[in-house]
Write a protein that binds this ligand. Structure first.
Ligand SMILES: NC(=O)c1ccc[n+]([C@@H]2O[C@H](COP(=O)([O-])OP(=O)(O)OC[C@H]3O[C@@H](n4cnc5c(N)ncnc54)[C@H](OP(=O)(O)O)[C@@H]3O)[C@@H](O)[C@H]2O)c1
Length: 313
């Protein structure tokens, strides 16, 4: 049997990053987690890193401000996965990855790089609206740098993180489902795709030693999880045994409210607009040159929307 790649996770303390560490260990990869010196006295992060160590991961010290420190840690592994932050209401550091790309280029040993993507495919968003397009534009800058450096890659398009979208019944600004009411975005009929964050991590790790995913985009489209907001609401209503009071917000109203928000909020709302009013995640076929995760890895039992939502009962 071929040796499993050694993996470095950058951003391992993050919302997705910690799941990538768990999945990498679970799939039997020797796993290294970058411990940035800048963490300082952030006790939660340090405790999390120590728990990774207890589970068998190696902690490796490095800093985005010290190129040679990054080169040194990259040289320890075969695969680098970055899950650096890219949600403006939390933190957005996507372009910092250019320093990681430089380090991977100099190290010269990396067989696969998965940059921090895990959402809407930025290559399909060249007509995205301001100001939210910054997320896609920055991710494309990182893609170009990766490809120009000749670094082998896989881009994971994970669609909607379930915690954000299902938790809030697809309403921006909510991450817990109401038992009383819901506001539909437009007619609530545009299809989107929801993926349990642990499943995103599992599929991502599956791709790293797979020749079928080399230099490709892998979309995660669990067939049962391609649903409209109305269908998500129906599932929740079935679980709680009650119908919610429904109202609707038109496209024009949504855009007008968006313009009154601060920059970080506007970025997030732009993303909801493309997903919920335009259906940007599900309105295209996956063409040649890309793959779909549930087809590549039918052995993974993914979490359905209904299963995911039972946690809110
Ligand atoms: N599709 C969706 O619905 C969706 C939703 C959310 C996020 N995403 C995407 O998923 C990816 C990960 O996002 P996330 O929400 O999991 O990230 P996050 O939890 O906000 O942050 C992840 C990590 O980023 C690192 N980081 C933050 N500031 C940094 C700085 N100044 N310098 C260096 N590292 C820094 C930290 O790593 P360390 O401290 O461990 O070094 C942190 O743990 C992003 O690309 C994002 O766009 C997609």
């Amino acid at each position: 049997m071929a040796m499993k790649s050694k993996v470095l996770i950058v951003g391992g303390t993050g919302y997705l990053g910690k799941r990538l560490v768990k999945a990498s260990l679970a799939q039997g990869h020797e796993t290294f987690v970058l411990h940035r010196e800048e963490i300082g006295v952030d006790i939660e992060k340090v405790q999390m890193l120590l728990s990774f160590k207890q589970q068998g991961a190696h902690l490796v010290i490095g800093s985005f401000n010290d190129h040679q420190s990054l080169v040194k840690v990259v040289k320890l592994v075969d695969v680098v996965i970055c899950a650096i932050s890219g949600v403006h209401i939390r933190s957005h550091q996507i372009l910092l990855q250019l320093k990681l790309v430089d380090a991977i280029k100099e190290a010269g040993n990396v067989k696969r790089f998965l940059p921090s993507e895990f959402g809407t495919d930025p290559a399909r968003m060249e007509n995205a609206m301001e100001p939210g397009r910054v997320t896609f534009d920055d991710k494309m800058v990182v893609r170009r740098a990766t490809e120009e450096a000749g670094i082998p890659f896989t881009y994971i398009s994970a669609n909607c993180f379930a915690g954000y979208f299902l938790g809030g019944l697809c309403q921006p600004g909510f991450i817990l489902p109401s038992r009383e009411q819901v506001r539909l975005l437009g007619d609530g009929n545009q299809k989107a795709i929801y993926v349990d964050e642990d499943d995103i991590a599992t599929y991502s790790i599956k791709t790293i030693d797979d020749p079928r995913t080399l230099n490709k985009t892998v979309y995660i489209r669990p067939p049962q999880n391609i649903l409209s907001q109305r269908e998500v609401v129906q599932i929740w209503e079935k679980l709680i045994g009650k119908e919610l009071l429904k109202s609707s917000i038109s496209e024009q109203e949504f855009l007008a409210i968006m313009k009154e928000q601060d920059y970080a909020e506007q970025v997030g709302l732009t993303h909801y607009y493309h997903v919920c009013y335009e259906g940007c995640l599900a309105n295209f076929e996956i063409g040649d040159g890309a793959e779909e995760a549930t087809k590549l890895y039918p052995e993974v039992k993914y979490t359905t929307v209904e299963e995911y939502m039972t946690r809110y009962l």
